[in-house]
Ligand binder design. Structure first.
Ligand code: ADP
Length: 471
C-alpha cells in the first residue's frame, strides 16, 4: 500500500460516497473535493476513500492503478477480498475500493437507489476502515459524510480502535437530515456491529421505530464532533419540525454539534478559466457573460433577438425539497413577464428518471390544497416548450451544461422548501447571476436581500422571500 508522507499539518482521511467530478450526484460531491483541496492548501495531508463505481467519470482520475495487495474485510459471516485502486483527482490522492463480493455492490450503473443500499454502504464503510488498519495508517481525523458512511463512527470505536487503528478522532458531517438510511435492526449485523448493543434508544435505535436502526443517529452518538452545512440549518434541525426525528438526539449531543457554512471550490467554479464556457469573463469584463448568454440561446434554440431580455436559470435535483411547485410557477411567471427560462433538472438516482414518472411528489400549496407534481409533469412541460422561443427544460444531469447555464443566466432561482446549505446560489453569484432564494437553511446564511435594512449594504447580494407560495 502507498505510504503517507510525513506532513507538518494534520492527517485527514475522508470516507465518502461522492467526490466531484468523478462521482457526483449533488453538493456532497462538491464539498468532499472542495474541502479536501482547501485543507491540502493549508498544509494538511488529505486522502479520500471512495467506492469504485462502474459509472464513475474515469477520465477525470489521473494515474489510476491497482495496488498489488488486496484488503480482506468481513461481511455476513465471511471474509471478502477488496481490490484497492489509487489515483489522483483534482490533485488529491484517492483510494477506490472494489469489493470482490458476488453482489457486485458498486457495479450497478448508478450511485444510489438500489434495494440493498444499506448493505452496499455498510460493506464499504467497514472495508474503508480495514484499508486504513491494514495499511498501518495513523490518521488524526477520519471524516465521514452522510448516512452512507455514518457506519464508520460505531465501527471505529467498537471494532477498529480495539484492533489498533486508534490514532484518530471521528468527525461526521450530515449534509442533509432528510436521508438517514434507516433499516431493520438485524441488518446491522452484516458489517459485524453488535445489534443488541446498538439497537438501544441512546445509541443507534431509530427514534420512531424500535425495531430499526438509524446510521445518522449512530454517527451523532459515536462521533467526536458532528457538523452540518450551515448555521441556520443547524438551528432548524434542533426543532421537532426540522430535525426529521433526530432533534432530540441532536439536542442531547448539542455540545459537539455545530453548523459550518459550506463554500464552493473557486478554482473549479471560475468564469475567468472555465473551459466549459464559450468565452471566459470576469467581474471587470462582463462582455463575455453577454456572449455566453447569446451563445447558449443559439445552442438551445431560444430566441436571441433582444439581448436585454433577462434569462432566468435553475439547476437542481428535482425532489420535493427544492420547491418543485415554485419552480414550475416561476417558469410560467417568467414567460408572462417577458423573460426566458432554462431549467437543468436531474433525478438523484438514474432509474427515477424513468420511474418517477409514476411517482407523485406532494407539495403543499399555500391554500392548503395538495398540489400534485410529478416528474412526468416536468416531462410534460418540457415537451410543451420543446420548440418554444423562451423556455427550455433539460431533464438530465449534465456538468458542462451546468457551467454554461450559470454563465449565461442573469438571475437564478433557488425556491427550496428546506436547504441544508445549497451551493447553486454561491456558484450563481460567482458567475454574476443574481440569486432569488427562499430564506431557509444555508440560503439564509448566504443570500441577503437587496432591501434588507438589517444587513450592511455591501453584503446585500440577491432577493429573498419567506413564504413558500406562488405569490
Ligand atoms: P444538493 O446537494 O441538495 O443537490 P446543492 O445546491 O448543495 O444541492 O448542490 C448541487 C450541486 O449539483 C451543484 O454543484 C449543482 O451545479 C449540481 N447539479 C444539480 N443538478 C444538476 C444537473 N441536473 N446537472 C448538473 N449539475 C447539477
Amino acid at each position: 500500500l502507498t505510504s503517507s508522507p510525513a506532513s507538518p499539518g494534520l492527517y485527514v482521511v475522508h470516507i465518502a460516497a461522492e467526490m466531484a467530478p468523478v462521482a457526483k450526484v449533488g453538493g456532497l460531491g462538491d464539498v468532499v473535493t472542495g474541502l479536501s483541496k482547501a485543507l491540502q492548501k493549508k498544509g494538511h495531508l488529505v486522502e479520500i476513500i471512495l467506492p469504485k463505481y462502474d459509472c464513475m467519470q474515469y477520465n477525470r482520475v489521473r494515474d489510476l492503478r491497482a495496488l498489488d495487495v488486496t484488503v480482506e474485510s468481513y461481511f455476513d459471516g465471511k471474509l471478502f477480498q477488496n481490490k484497492v485502486w489509487v489515483g489522483t483527482v483534482e490533485g488529491l490522492p484517492v483510494y477506490f475500493i472494489e469489493p470482490h463480493h458476488p453482489n457486485k455492490f458498486f457495479w450497478r450503473g448508478q450511485y444510489y437507489g438500489e434495494h440493498d443500499d444499506f448493505k452496499r454502504f455498510s460493506f464499504f464503510s467497514r472495508a474503508a476502515l480495514e484499508l486504513l488498519l491494514q495499511a498501518g495508517k495513523k490518521p488524526d481525523i477520519i471524516h465521514c459524510h452522510d448516512w452512507q458512511t455514518a457506519f464508520v463512527a460505531p465501527l471505529y470505536w467498537d471494532l477498529y480502535a480495539p484492533k489498533g487503528l486508534n490514532s484518530a478522532r471521528i468527525c461526521f458531517t450530515c449534509h442533509n437530515f432528510e436521508y438517514q438510511g434507516t433499516a431493520s435492526a438485524t441488518e446491522l449485523a452484516s458489517c459485524g456491529l453488535d445489534v443488541p448493543q446498538l439497537n438501544r434508544p441512546d445509541r443507534m435505535q431509530d427514534n420512531s421505530a424500535h425495531d430499526r436502526v438509524n446510521p445518522v443517529k449512530g454517527a451523532i452518538v459515536f462521533s467526536n464532533i458532528v457538523t452540518t452545512v450551515s448555521p441556520t440549518y443547524a438551528q432548524e434541525v434542533r426543532t421537532a419540525e426540522g430535525g426529521r426525528g433526530l432533534h432530540s438526539t441532536l439536542n442531547f449531543h448539542s455540545k459537539k454539534f455545530m453548523g459550518i457554512l459550506n463554500g464552493i471550490d473557486t478554482d473549479a467554479w471560475n468564469p475567468t478559466t472555465d473551459i466549459f464556457l464559450k468565452v471566459q469573463y470576469s467581474a471587470n469584463e462582463l462582455q463575455g457573460k453577454a456572449e455566453n448568454k447569446a451563445a447558449m440561446r443559439r445552442h438551445l434554440g431560444l430566441l436571441s433577438a433582444d439581448d436585454q431580455q433577462p434569462l432566468v436559470g435553475c439547476i437542481t435535483r428535482l425532489v420535493p425539497q427544492k420547491g418543485v411547485h415554485l419552480i414550475r410557477h416561476a417558469i410560467y411567471r417568467t414567460l408572462e413577464m417577458g423573460g426566458q427560462f432554462v431549467l437543468l433538472g436531474s433525478s438523484p438516482v438514474a432509474h427515477i428518471q424513468v420511474n418517477l414518472y409514476c411517482c407523485f411528489v406532494y407539495a403543499k400549496a399555500n391554500d392548503g390544497k395538495e398540489d400534485l407534481i410529478n416528474k412526468r409533469e416536468f416531462e410534460g412541460i418540457a415537451n410543451q416548450f420543446q420548440n418554444h422561443e423562451h423556455i427550455r427544460l433539460i431533464l438530465k444531469y449534465d456538468e458542462s451544461l451546468s457551467h454554461y447555464i450559470y454563465a449565461a443566466s442573469d438571475m437564478f432561482i433557488i425556491p427550496s422548501i428546506f436547504e441544508p446549505c445549497g451551493l447553486t446560489q454561491m456558484i450563481a453569484m460567482r458567475y454574476g447571476s443574481v440569486p432569488i432564494a427562499r430564506k431557509t437553511g444555508g440560503l439564509n446564511d448566504s443570500v441577503f436581500d437587496v432591501d434588507d435594512d438589517t444587513i450592511p449594504h455591501q453584503f446585500r447580494n440577491g432577493f429573498t422571500f419567506t413564504t413558500p407560495d406562488e405569490q
